[in-house]
Write a protein that binds this ligand. Structure first.
Ligand code: ZN
Ligand code: ZN
Length: 280
């Protein structure tokens, strides 16, 4: 039972309810115009971009200019001297990879790791389009070196894609193909063997788990094509290498790997290298 203060009390309640409503309505409005803070650093997003990442984070993604291997794009220690044929890392000097070249937009560290997770687990399509624009710029700048006839995403195993609902490489590769005005071939390449369930794979396990795990779809036209193969991250190069082998086996002319990010260092285990040479 309320006493003499009932009026002011109920007014106070009404005021609180109104404020709650206002806050909720305000949030609803804000969520229309500003979907949320930056999905990486939570800074308030201003401007009309559909990309849910702030300018500061976006600006931090691109790799700083560095001496890089001309073939696989691996950063090279500054003391490594250029060979007469150019700057080529030890792995490429040993012809480790089946792809002709690989390039990445940034280094897999800091905010870029979180951006990749957004692509991988939340299918943030506008962010995929943003990266596609950057990758397209890289392809155009290198001209003939990265020239291609088709764009192909690194495939997930069918069951994995069903679980996840989409392939994160497609979120990048499809808008990239559009920007480069090239055909997008989502099903040209298949993953025939899934990744092992184990969470963390050693270097050797990584290479072993992808060797022979990809094939071109029977009846697909691959002959003499220069393929631009797209993925989110290049860690050891093993996946791009295994895909490139399957494409070349089916008659592709060449394969160029393109990823958003690249691991800082991708060492090549000696035993794998010996095997991959034997497989050539
Ligand atoms: Zn941010
Ligand atoms: Zn290299």
């Amino acid at each position: 039972m309320s006493g003499g203060g009932s009026f002011s009390e109920s007014a106070r309640h009404a005021g609180a309810a109104a404020r709650r409503w206002m806050t909720t309505a305000g949030d609803a409005l804000a969520s229309v115009f500003f979907p949320a803070g930056c999905r990486i650093c939570e800074r308030l997003l201003v401007g009309a971009s559909r990309v849910p990442v702030c300018e500061e984070c976006l600006g931090s993604f691109e790799a700083r200019p560095q001496r890089k291997c001309e073939i696989c794009g691996q950063e090279l220690p500054s003391f490594e001297a250029a060979a007469p044929e150019g700057l080529i890392c030890p792995a490429c000097q040993m012809q480790t990879y089946a792809f002709a070249r690989a390039r990445s937009f940034g280094v897999y560290e800091g905010a870029l790791v979180r951006a990749i997770l957004l692509l991988k687990f939340e299918e943030v399509t506008p962010l995929g389009e943003w990266f596609a624009e950057k990758l397209a710029g890289m392809v155009r700048r290198e001209g003939e070196l990265l020239a291609a006839d088709v764009v192909v995403p690194v495939p997930l195993h069918r069951e994995r894609e069903r679980e996840r609902g989409y392939n994160q490489a497609t979120v990048l590769a499809k808008p990239l193909a559009k920007r480069l005005r090239l055909p997008f071939k989502a099903v040209l390449l298949l993953r025939t063997r899934p990744r092992p369930d184990k969470q963390v794979l050693s270097l050797e396990e990584r290479w072993a788990s992808v060797r022979g795990a990809f094939a071109t779809r029977p009846g697909s036209q691959v002959d003499k094509l220069r393929v631009l193969l797209v993925d989110d991250v290049m860690t050891t190069g093993a996946t791009l290498d295994a895909c490139a082998r399957a494409l070349l086996k089916s008659g592709a002319k060449s394969v160029v790997g393109l990823t958003v990010a690249r691991a800082v260092r991708s060492p090549i285990p000696k035993v794998v290298h010996a095997n991959s040479q034997a497989a050539r």
